[in-house]
Unconditional design. Structure first.
Length: 466
């Protein structure tokens, strides 16, 4: 398209002599328009030199000169006397110089213009290239920002999930652990195996994604990769089958990843991922599941220690919360420890004032569910630092808080009431009102008597109910 346009311009400039020729047809007896000193031709030749350059100007000068002379010869008027006119001779003789000057000026200007255009094209191309680079860098930056944002979101989500594991309910903690692994790895089937010491085999403690599907309830400890993971406290990954013949022999199929789970320094079980999307199977997933399990292990240790400390045969059958006898026994132990260390120990009692009304309306067992909710809420709020029990009367729960002084206990009571009041309470699908009162007391240096401590708590509760 550009070449065609240039060609048209060249042809147009080359045809300019047709204009004086057309004018000359009106004066057939005056070839070259001598009566006007050939000025129409001269102007056109200089215009061609200006528009087309030196070469085109010279060609036009030669062509026009030959044409005029040819017409003069054909008419038999050559050499006409008028051609001897000094002015005409001077004009036509100076045309080559004028053509060169005009054409040269045009060539120089065109050369400068081409140089400017070339430079401009280079700058435009460079600018476009830089713009593309900037756009790509912006895209890369957006991707990196998105990754960082997702990482921040993932870290927040992981933190929240780990905080949810901080409960004294083992079943709930294990369920949250499996849900966290499922959430981050998109795993479809997960099982947590624990040791059945009576049969020397692994049994299913909890699982996710196996609903309605047949599967083995037990695995041999010495003839399965899960047993190998438990015995060696080592990770198993499907890729290891290509390296280790001993694992290939005991591999029973289905397992993609298996990670040992510890409670403190003791082995607790094996978390096994049996179904995982292909694109998710990589070293990053292996590290991630190990991180999740590692963050959960300290809380599993706390749960097991709590279960070991409290005699699980002396718990309320409706709520699973240890009874008052367990509290009193543990309180005396903690008071002795606090006395030896010179540290504070606080006791916080919360009472559902309308417990009797709830028991009468929904039944005693359902009403106890509100106590269980109080314990779970405050256990999560306190990061599982405090042990919880049923207190002396119905509708009362007590928290034993080591290393918590009077100011800390007061703040814990205020924040606990605020947290409990913000929660929506239900029995079944029916919303219920919960009216709470709280009492607390702190044992400190010089005052570590259990009865005196509990009397202070009861007195404070009585004052609030009056």
């Amino acid at each position: 398209m550009k070449k065609l346009k240039v060609l048209r311009e060249k042809v147009g400039i080359g045809l300019l002599p047709l204009l004086p020729i057309a004018l000359n047809l009106a004066y057939p007896t005056d070839p070259g328009l001598g009566q006007w000193y050939s000025l129409p031709y001269v102007v056109i030749i200089l215009l061609q030199a200006t528009l087309g350059g030196v070469l085109l100007g010279f060609l036009a000068w030669i062509a026009v000169g030959i044409g005029v002379l040819s017409v003069s010869i054909l008419q038999g008027s050559f050499p006409p006397p008028t051609w001897a006119d000094p002015v005409r001779v001077a004009i036509w003789g100076s045309l080559p110089l004028l053509v060169y000057i005009f054409g040269r000026i045009t060539d120089v200007l065109r050369g400068s213009l081409r140089a400017v255009q070339s430079r401009f094209r280079v700058l435009v191309q460079k600018n476009q290239r830089d713009s593309r680079i900037i756009q790509e860098l912006q895209k890369v930056n957006a991707v990196l920002e998105e990754r960082v944002a997702r990482q921040r979101d993932s870290l927040t989500l992981l933190y929240n999930q780990v905080q949810t594991i901080r409960t004294l309910n083992l079943e709930k903690a294990l369920r949250v652990l499996l849900e966290t692994v499922q959430m981050f790895l998109q795993a479809r089937r997960i099982t947590l195996w624990t040791l059945d010491e009576t049969m020397d085999r692994l049994k299913i403690e909890t699982s996710l994604g196996w609903e309605g599907k047949e599967r083995e309830e037990y695995l041999p400890l010495n003839d399965s990769v899960e047993g190998w993971v438990y015995r060696n406290s080592s990770l198993f990954s499907f890729r290891m089958l290509l390296q280790y013949e001993n694992l290939k022999k005991i591999y029973r199929g289905g397992t993609v990843l298996s990670v040992p789970v510890h409670a403190g320094k003791k082995p607790f079980g094996v978390l096994s991922i049996e179904e995982l999307p292909f694109e998710r199977y990589n070293l990053y997933s292996e590290k991630l599941v190990q991180i999740i399990v590692g963050l959960s292990e300290p809380f599993l240790e706390e749960i097991l220690e709590y279960r070991q400390m409290t005699n699980l045969t002396d718990v309320d059958e409706d709520t699973g919360i240890p009874n008052y006898s367990q509290f009193y026994y543990l309180m005396t132990k903690e008071l002795e420890r606090a006395r030896n260390q010179g540290s504070p120990l606080s006791v916080v009692v919360l009472e559902v004032e309308n417990f009797s009304d709830l028991a009468q309306r929904f039944g005693k067992k359902a009403a106890k569910g509100s106590l269980k909710g109080v314990v779970e809420e405050l256990t999560l709020f306190s990061d599982s630092r405090f042990s919880s029990f049923l207190y002396r009367e119905e509708g009362q729960v007590v928290f034993l808080c080591p290393n918590l002084d009077q100011d800390g206990a007061s703040l814990f009571c205020l924040e606990s009431l605020e947290r409990l009041n913000q929660r929506e309470w239900k029995i079944g699908d029916t919303p219920i009102p919960i009216s709470m009162v709280v009492g607390y007391a702190t044992a400190r240096v010089g005052s570590y008597e259990p009865e005196s401590l509990l009397q202070q708590v009861d007195h404070l509760l009585l004052l609030q109910k009056m």
